[in-house]
Ligand binder design. Structure first.
Ligand code: CA
Length: 475
């Protein structure tokens, strides 16, 4: 039996005598288990529930079918580390200076998710949840930033942003490899990282399901992020794919999907599935190597939809009937307050959270929209974006220009309205400026920004080169 939340009839009756009370009905509600499954650099189109046909994802499709698919589910940032900082704090990462990936070399011991931020793991741990993190962390290289010091009872994974799937740390010390509660796991125990993470998640569920309290599992696969590694067994499902990178990438997605299937099977076997709230999404859009964000524009690192609109679904059979699609924009910022409310847990300063509890919207109790505006910013403001209603403004750092799109009529961002609707552009610029005043400068430089600049330069060189032999007419 899990702990329970009791709403007291007596108190409620007292208020009902004087003023009608809107709110939850009086009942004994069992607190749900909570699982966040994060994939890494998975393209919007790389799940069956968004129409993928070349990579099998039967388990994710089933999970989505038993829950709600978000058609406009946004990550909080177009790349890894800041996206996770937004997810786990429930706050725009620019509010606390974590808007860049951690420096790839020479990160200082000060570089990491500021410890004064209150992570979802900390609020759940304090309210009596068993908590564990499995997989990629990427929120600070120093031990004080690691999961065991950030609200997680247990941790199996690595602290960096990428990892050989065979557990090989190369010339780096063992501490940079796979750790269990901060101690290196012998390389002989690593088989294939995705399988190892799935196995550990299943074991934690088995262990925690026997305890007299609910659990929170943060399962952050690094799949299908590079390096492109896959076992020969998983490669068999992609034999039909003639693009080599797509074949390996697809096998990595398939491996993750298999693991998610094992997680769900264990939840069902232990009787925990119906009252487990599960969020699944990708931390940012697909990168260039093997992923597919079509029909959306752009990729990881960009604020076009391909960089931030991601495969996203939620399941909670005890509350959500399943088979639904939610069309309005939502953000990964909403995960924290949704979990908080479901778990009956409290944040010490709830007004600091930027998202909103999604359940009233998903159960049809609230027919309005979760967000009036959403914001993104990278590289200390080199690039940013605002979504307000059907309009989206992007300041592209590498194109050095403003773009404006009507997302209802042009969701693939092909018709730039910046010069056609200057007043709308100014309105969104003003909105951004107002939001931007609530933020602070980035705490460290942006190593990923250079990647995107190089990608853009290669793209432009290629385009310029393609028309070099063209016979031009006129002046
Ligand atoms: Ca990522």
């Amino acid at each position: 039996m899990k702990n329970t939340l009791f709403l007291f009839f007596g108190i409620l009756s007292f208020f009902q005598c004087t003023t009608p009370v809107a709110g939850p009905t009086t009942s004994t509600v069992e607190r749900p288990n909570v699982i966040i499954i994060l994939s890494d650099d998975q393209g919007w189109a790389d799940v069956g529930f968004n129409g993928c046909t070349d990579i099998p994802t039967p388990n994710l499709d089933q999970l989505a079918k038993e829950g709600v698919v978000f058609k406009q589910g946004y990550a909080t940032h177009p790349y890894c580390s800041p996206s996770r900082a937004g997810l786990l704090t429930g706050r725009y990462q620019q509010r606390f200076g974590h808007e860049n990936n951690l420096p790839y070399t020479e990160a200082t011991i000060e570089d990491g998710l500021p410890v004064e931020e209150v992570l979802i793991s900390e609020t759940l741990q304090r309210s009596g949840y068993a908590t564990c993190a499995v997989g990629k962390w990427h929120l600070g290289d120093s031990a004080r930033f690691w999961p065991n010091n950030q609200g997680f009872d247990d941790w199996y994974g690595f602290f960096g942003g990428g990892m050989s799937y065979w557990g090989d740390t190369g010339n780096k010390p063992a501490i940079s490899g796979v750790l269990r509660n901060g101690q290196p796991v012998p390389p002989s125990e690593i088989h294939y990282l995705t399988d190892d993470f799935s196995r550990e998640a299943v074991n934690y569920i088995e262990q925690y399901s026997k305890e007299d309290k609910p659990f929170f599992l943060y399962l952050a696969y690094n799949a299908p992020h590079t390096p492109l590694h896959a076992t020969s067994e998983y490669m068999k499902v992609m034999e039909h794919q003639e693009d080599g990178e797509r074949a390996v990438y697809g096998a990595m997605v398939y491996a993750m999907d298999r693991g998610i299937g094992e997680v769900v099977r264990k939840l069902k076997e232990t009787g925990e599935y119906d009252n487990t709230l599960i969020f699944f999404y990708s931390d940012n859009g697909g990168a260039l190597r093997g992923a597919n964000n079509q029909p959306y524009r752009g990729h990881k690192g960009m604020l076009f939809e391909g960089g931030i609109r991601v495969p996203f679904c939620v399941s909670w059979p005890a509350v959500l009937p399943g088979g639904d699609v939610y069309e309005k924009p939502i953000s990964a910022l909403d995960i924290y307050p949704t979990i908080l409310k479901a778990a009956g847990a409290t944040h010490p300063q709830p007004q600091k959270l930027d998202g909103i509890d999604l359940m009233p919207f998903l159960t049809g109790k609230d027919l309005s929209k979760p967000h009036d505006e959403l914001y993104w910013r990278y590289s200390d403001g080199a690039g940013y974006a605002v979504r307000k209603g059907k309009y989206k403004m992007i300041r592209s750092g590498y194109k050095q220009k403003f773009l404006l799109f009507d997302m209802d009529n042009d969701p693939f961002e092909q018709n730039n309205l910046a010069s056609v609707m200057p007043e709308k552009l100014e309105e969104l610029k003003d909105l951004y400026a107002r939001w931007n005043r609530e933020t602070i400068p980035a705490r460290w430089y942006d190593p990923h920004g250079e990647n995107v600049l190089k990608e853009e330069a290669r793209r432009q060189d290629f385009i310029d080169g393609a028309s070099k032999g063209e016979k031009r007419t006129g002046s």
